[in-house]
Design a protein around this ligand. Structure first.
Ligand SMILES: [Zn+2]
Ligand SMILES: [Zn+2]
Length: 338
């Protein structure tokens, strides 16, 4: 089979590897669609990665034992290789599992570890089935497109009474706009890239502000009767945006951090949190028990087709990375077989 890898600065290579085989409760999935995520950052930086892709969907083509999936099932390939036994996995919070399987030591190679490949391998319990009326491309949104912000929205309870600030309108932030509109919440976005700002407005965001505007906090307050937003969700992973989420949220409001950040945010516990009565949570994907709710957003939101901005053959994955690097795409879905 063919598996893609990042092999240098702005360089993707396609490698011929042995087809992975089912083993114990691990099933082989023929990947029919896989969405691009943050891989382009490693591609830009020239950080080599032999295994890429974690937002795949496809058809089960081989199982080693009878279990929860059968050959022919259309499934979402959930990320990670969580153990399935610890209290976090048992409660559906598998994403936080601390005992994940080491793929290479289970299978003796990394063939099938990623989803930018013809085939991928996954424990069957991490392969929930797709409803018949959801296309493979749409189903890839069940991972980070819709799923990443969905978990954050659940954690802080975003509802139709709320004005929600979404900082960073990349693929995950635009997914947050879809989730917010699905819940009939009012959306204020923050984003410097014009393509993304326009897409958010097209999706129904009421305003999109430029993070470099020195009066941004005042502008947010004037859009919220002077009080600040009810909730904020950071999808940018930038310290300045995380700070804005805390400052722009009203007293007793709620903040969710969804965008991963390598830098340090300074929080002054008394004025920022205690005196404001602020709830601040970090959220990584969503509880598996909410899979059906995430699918409901994908099936019923009229905005999903705006969230999937491009569909490409996997051979053109570099063009996709380039679009993401330029801030001119929402979610990009590739077909490994095209
Ligand atoms: Zn992702
Ligand atoms: Zn576990």
């Amino acid at each position: 089979m063919i598996q893609a890898a990042i092999t240098g600065e702005r360089q993707v290579s396609f490698h011929e590897l042995p087809d992975p085989r089912a083993k114990a409760d691990w099933a082989v999935v023929s990947v029919q669609a896989s969405a691009l995520c943050t891989e382009y950052k490693a591609w830009l930086a020239g950080e080599n990665q032999a295994v890429i892709g974690h937002e795949g969907v496809g058809e089960v083509v081989e199982v080693a034992e009878r279990g929860s999936v059968s050959v022919g099932d259309r499934v979402v390939v959930l990320p990670q290789f969580s153990c399935g036994r610890c209290h976090l996995c048992m409660s559906g919070d598998y994403i936080y599992c601390e005992d994940s399987h080491d793929f290479a030591s289970v299978h003796g190679s990394t063939s099938g570890a990623g989803t930018f490949a013809h085939y991928t391998l996954k424990p069957a319990w991490l392969l929930p089935r797709l409803p018949d009326d959801v296309s493979y491309a749409q189903a890839t949104m069940a991972i980070d497109g819709i799923g990443a912000s969905f978990g954050g929205f659940e954690a802080i309870g975003v509802n139709s009474q709320d004005t929600v600030l979404v900082t960073g309108l990349g693929p995950v932030g635009l997914g947050a706009v879809v989730n917010a509109r699905f819940r009939n919440a009012r959306v204020i976005g923050v984003e410097p890239a014009p393509w993304r700002a326009n897409r958010a407005l097209e999706m129904g965001a009421e305003a999109v502000l430029d993070p470099k505007d020195p009066d941004i906090l005042q502008r947010i307050r004037s859009l919220t009767e002077g009080r600040g937003v009810d909730c904020a969700v950071d999808c940018s992973g930038r310290v300045s945006a995380e700070r804005l989420c805390i400052d722009a949220t009203r007293r007793r409001g709620r903040v969710a951090f969804v965008g991963e950040c390598r830098d340090e945010l300074t929080v002054r516990v008394s004025p920022d949190m205690i005196k404001k009565g602020l709830t601040v949570v970090g959220s990584w994907l969503y509880n598996m028990g909410d899979y059906a709710k995430v699918m409901k957003v994908i099936r019923q939101s009229p905005l999903i087709d705006l969230l999937i901005s491009h569909q490409l053959p996997m051979s053109q994955i570099q063009a996709g990375f380039n679009l993401l690097a330029q801030g001119e795409a929402a979610k990009i879905v590739v077909d490994p077989w095209a």
